[in-house]
Design a protein around this ligand. Structure first.
Ligand code: UGA
Length: 462
């Protein structure tokens, strides 16, 4: 099928590359000519595992092209709208880019095409889109509007595209569902060569859910908001655990065994970040969904609470040398939009700490918004002479740290883990004090009495 994808961001570029990979002829468009040139020369505008290889394979095979929106919409059988909907001051989504695309489609397209809304938009945007298309249509455009929300996660976007749990579409006429089914047939039937795992055995077929457009849009928002709620819930349970001397890891394990609850998204920490959760929680179409306001409040408090943990251990933050590991809002991405790590860095810098930071991928993007930080090339370089090492993103690389090496270079053996990556017994055995979320602090008795007032007593008892 001749498909155009408007917007070459996280969702658009992934969608375009993956649709080409399953055999469609795809034109991927963006307003940013520099980005298009970058893509034509084989460079990716952001880091996403496996994306580069899927883009270059399909670009070289001529199945994927990069163009302006004006040219890309002409002659397309299906147009996916994947432009950004960034949050406005009040937290709601800015839909101006979506409206501009609607106008471009209306003015440039003739004949019949499918217009598929994939950008994350508030409920009833599809209806507005339809109205805009009718209003501006000049050359006899006939189109059907489809809502097809995207559930892919940054960091595993390619995997999620090929192996989704469900594909949801919202249509106004049943016949349109059949056309969408055709576009997604290789995914629905799981008949493709998986670019993530060539020997892929994961062939479970995704659910195919057809609804009206409002319900489809709401499925996306309700899903994201529910996940955000799960995170804020477990974060509150973590606070409770700290207050009563329980262990949140064990509580989450026990809760997650109940299939009605499930184990996913019960990892407490410094809160959710990223581009979608904060915005989704804020959008509620005029209903007083106050539960979600509280989800947001709990999330906002995580940052200050984490910095309080740091203060509790270091007493004074001004003048302290602090290392922060992780800048991206989650691992396997270089996205720092609404990253809790950056908020923590901002507060530490504001309080006068000397901060060194390391992230395997996100340094360049973090530098742009926070220049007053020393960015390092390795976790060890960041930790040199540090009085505390803070973990803000759970990159796999940090699981393979040589603790003995780290112990030799830090000035104080203190790890404050905002993502509960480690086992306290292990860290204590390497001479570190370990503070995490929703678990009891663990102090080493191994030559670190300057931090733990009870360490001398523990040593004496040993
Ligand atoms: C989220 C949804 O998971 C996707 O289904 C959706 O398509 C996407 O938003 C979107 O609307 O674009 P994403 O933002 O990529 O995906 O990342 P998640 O894996 O959902 O994580 C979001 C945040 O929650 C991260 O900061 C992560 O660290 C945090 N998180 C996640 C926790 O703090 N605890 C958890 O247990 C899980």
């Amino acid at each position: 099928m001749k498909v155009s994808v408007i917007g070459a961001g996280y969702v658009g570029l992934t969608t375009a590359a993956c649709l080409a990979e399953i055999g469609h002829s795809v034109r991927c468009a963006d307003n940013d000519e520099a980005k298009l040139n970058m893509l034509r020369s084989g460079q990716m505008p952001f880091f996403e595992p496996h994306l580069e290889e899927v883009v270059s394979r399909n670009y070289e095979a001529g199945r994927l092209q990069f163009e302006s929106p004006e040219t890309a919409v002409t002659g397309a059988e299906a147009i996916f709208i994947c432009v950004g909907t960034p949050p406005l001051e009040n937290g709601e989504a800015d839909l101006s880019a979506v409206a501009n695309v609607a106008r471009t489609i209306a003015q440039r397209t003739t004949g019949y095409c499918l217009v598929i809304e994939k950008s994350t938009v508030p409920v009833q945007t599809g209806q507005q889109l339809k109205r805009q298309l009718q209003l501006y249509a000049g050359k006899g455009l006939r189109c059907d509007l489809v809502s097809n929300p995207e559930f892919l996660r940054e960091g595993s976007a390619i995997q999620d595209f090929f192996h989704p749990d469900r594909i949801v579409i919202g249509v106004e006429r049943d016949e349109v569902a059949a056309q969408l089914r055709e576009i997604y047939r290789p995914i629905l039937e799981q008949t493709f060569k998986c670019p993530v795992h060539p020997e892929c055995m994961h062939t479970e077929k995704p659910a195919w859910i057809v609804t009206d457009t409002n319900s489809s849009e709401l499925i996306k928002h309700a899903s994201n908001s529910f996940l955000a709620m799960k995170i804020s819930f477990i974060n509150m349970v973590a606070d409770l655990c700290e207050a009563v001397g329980a262990d949140v890891t064990k509580v989450a394990l026990g809760m997650g065994m109940d299939p009605r609850i499930g184990p996913a998204f019960l990892n407490p920490g410094i809160g959710f970040g990223g581009f979608c959760f904060p915005k989704d929680v804020a959008t509620n179409a005029g209903c007083d969904f106050s539960l979600l306001k509280e989800v947001e409040n709990v999330n906002k408090r995580r940052i200050a609470q984490f910095v309080e943990k740091v203060r509790k251990e270091l007493w004074v933050i001004r003048g302290r040398k602090i290392a922060v590991w992780g800048l991206a809002f989650k691992p396997n991405t270089d996205d720092v939009r609404f990253a809790p790590a950056l908020e923590i860095l901002r507060l530490l810098v504001h309080e006068g700490a000397t901060v060194s930071a390391y992230d395997p991928q996100a340094t360049e993007k973090a530098k742009a918004s926070l220049p007053d930080v020393r960015y390092c090339a390795s976790p060890y370089e960041a930790a040199q002479d540090a009085e505390a090492v803070l973990i803000a993103t759970e990159w796999e690389e940090f699981s393979n740290i040589d603790w003995d090496r780290l112990r030799r270079i830090v000035s104080q053996p203190l790890i404050i883990d905002g993502r509960n990556m480690f086992d306290s017994t292990d860290l204590i055995s390497h001479g570190f004090h370990y503070i995490s979320i929703g678990r009891q602090p663990a102090f080493s008795t191994d030559g670190a009495s300057s931090i733990d007032p009870t360490a001398e007593l523990h040593s004496a008892l040993k």
